[in-house]
Design a protein around this ligand. Structure first.
Ligand SMILES: Cc1ncc(C[n+]2csc(CCOP(=O)(O)OP(=O)(O)O)c2C)c(N)n1
Ligand SMILES: [Mg+2]
Length: 463
């Protein structure tokens, strides 16, 4: 998680895009967002229509798995029928080989949903949620402010103030819903894109910028807010989370641990190992996968042949898919999962089905590998717009609220800009600090060599 690793990441992402394996502009594929799930029509009688719970913690028998995967539930059939007519309405896009697998997630079982894209409240038998107007406004405020912060950071990168920025645009509901479901004593292990979760944990947004400006290796004290440092090595934080959760259990604590990761990370060996250890030790960890449909230029269909939440079944713990653009569904599902894991029932996997509306990072150009239509179909499911529609329907927020929020948003943006422009550069020698608690001869050698190099400049202090 060093400045070097940030720039390596940039270089690598560029390389990925230039690889011959990736689709060229002429071979881009289009996929539309899933059709509206019919929440509340569960016939499964299980904790959730998409859940693969195992009360015993043991993997279900093979037969049951196959049955579940092919079960022609009424709701699933209805939603499949709806999708068929929707796909007839829009002309079919040219797609590279393996089209069937690539469209699989759209034809999977329904997701947990409490708010339709039109902002209409629907009930789900397994995820009841009572929420006040004040709480709804709070969630909306969190989403609006974190989006504004994210937009500001993107602009600052373009102005040369940051080396790189990974935008969370489109993932606000997944992040705020899950972040607000947690208790202060829970512990979060994020990737590099969890700016909304950081906001919920109380990490000052300006502290997220230092690493991307190249002035520090992290920027905050993880233990102040129980929010670990950003991790760029894909998937490795799931192992840290599983280990930490095993420690929580051994200490007799009742906190939940949250491991955030992406659809691409789900292919990493680290994630498989984290699942195994967490399952076997019944560790209190919620694996929260934000399936934003892309891993740089690779679509989710290249990571898996089954919906990602179903992976949990093979490890012997429950998995469920939630509409990741529905902040209420994410809140309810994460609360339930955290409560379950706190009570000693072992890990839970949540797949938040969402979309990365921006570029992978500011070094990426998504128009080279995905269609405008795909983006537009997800824009119609914008998580902030969805909650705004709900607030309007409910009469839960008046004009005064919205204008105060706009003013607050502008103030935040100003503060972010000022903080970056006044952020001090570190002492060059500081990069050798905090590497090993007890020092290391190799680091000592490198420190001495670099000190000599700096001293060779005529204008260096001391010369
Ligand atoms: C171990 C490792 N391999 C490769 C990379 C380069 N890399 C950076 S982000 C990324 C894609 C991650 O996709 P996903 O897990 O879906 O998360 P998202 O970026 O979509 O949030 C890759 C391959 C890396 N940082 N670490
Ligand atoms: Mg992804």
């Amino acid at each position: 998680m060093t400045v070097e690793s940030t720039s390596r990441d940039t270089a690598r992402s560029t390389t990925t895009q230039e690889s011959t394996d990736r689709p060229s502009a002429g071979r881009t594929r289009g996929r539309t967002a899933e059709g509206k799930p019919t929440a509340g029509k569960s016939t499964s009688g299980k904790p959730g229509p998409t859940a693969t719970k195992s009360a015993t913690g043991k993997p279900p028998a093979r037969k049951a798995t196959a049955k579940k995967a092919t079960a022609g539930k009424t709701a699933a059939k209805k939603s499949a029928a709806k999708k068929t007519s929707a796909s007839k309405a829009s002309p079919k896009k040219a797609a590279p080989r393996g089209t069937a697998a690539r469209t699989a997630p759209a034809e999977g079982p329904e997701m947990v949903q409490l708010l339709t894209p039109e902002g209409e409240r629907v009930e789900h038998p397994d995820y009841p949620l009572t929420i006040s107007h004040e709480e709804l406004r709070g969630l909306y405020r969190d989403m609006v402010l974190s989006r504004r912060f994210d937009a500001e950071a993107t602009a600052l990168q373009r102005q040369g103030e940051l080396g790189l920025w990974p935008s969370m645009l489109g993932q606000e509901a997944a992040q705020i819903g899950s972040g607000r479901a947690l208790r202060a004593d829970d512990y979060v292990f994020p990737t590099y894109r969890e700016h909304g979760v950081a906001w919920c944990r109380g990490v000052d947004p300006t502290q997220l910028l230092g690493m991307f400006r190249g002035v520090n290796h992290g920027g905050w004290d993880p233990n102040s807010n129980n929010f670990h440092l950003y991790t760029i090595v894909i998937g490795s934080q799931t192992l840290h989370a599983a280990g930490y959760a095993m420690g929580v259990a051994k200490d007799g604590g009742d906190a939940a641990v949250m491991a955030y990761f992406g659809d691409g990370a789900s292919s990493q060996g680290d994630v498989a190992e984290a699942f195994t250890f967490a399952a076997v030790y019944q560790a209190p960890v919620v694996f929260f996968c934000q399936n934003n449909q892309w891993a740089i230029s690779e679509p989710t269909e290249r990571q898996t042949r089954v919906p990602l939440y179903q992976r949990a079944q093979g490890y012997g713990f429950p998995g469920l898919r939630v509409d990741g653009n529905d902040v209420l569904a994410v809140l309810a599902a994460t609360r339930a999962a955290a409560e379950q894991t706190r009570s000693g029932q072992g890990p839970v996997l949540i797949e938040a089905f969402t979309y990365r509306m921006g570029a992978h990072t500011t070094s990426d150009d998504p128009t080279r590998y995905r269609r405008q239509e795909e983006l537009e179909s997800w824009e119609a499911r914008d998580p902030i717009l969805r909650l705004r529609r709900h607030l309007d329907r409910e009469g839960a927020a008046d004009e005064a609220f919205h204008s105060a929020l706009e003013a607050e948003s502008d103030t935040l943006a100003r503060r972010v800009r000022e903080s970056i422009r006044t952020m001090p550069d570190p002492e060059p020698m500081a990069m050798f600090d905090h590497i090993y608690a007890d020092g290391h001869t190799l680091v000592d050698e490198e420190r001495a060599e670099f000190a000599g190099y700096l001293a060779s400049f005529a204008d260096h202090e001391g010369n």
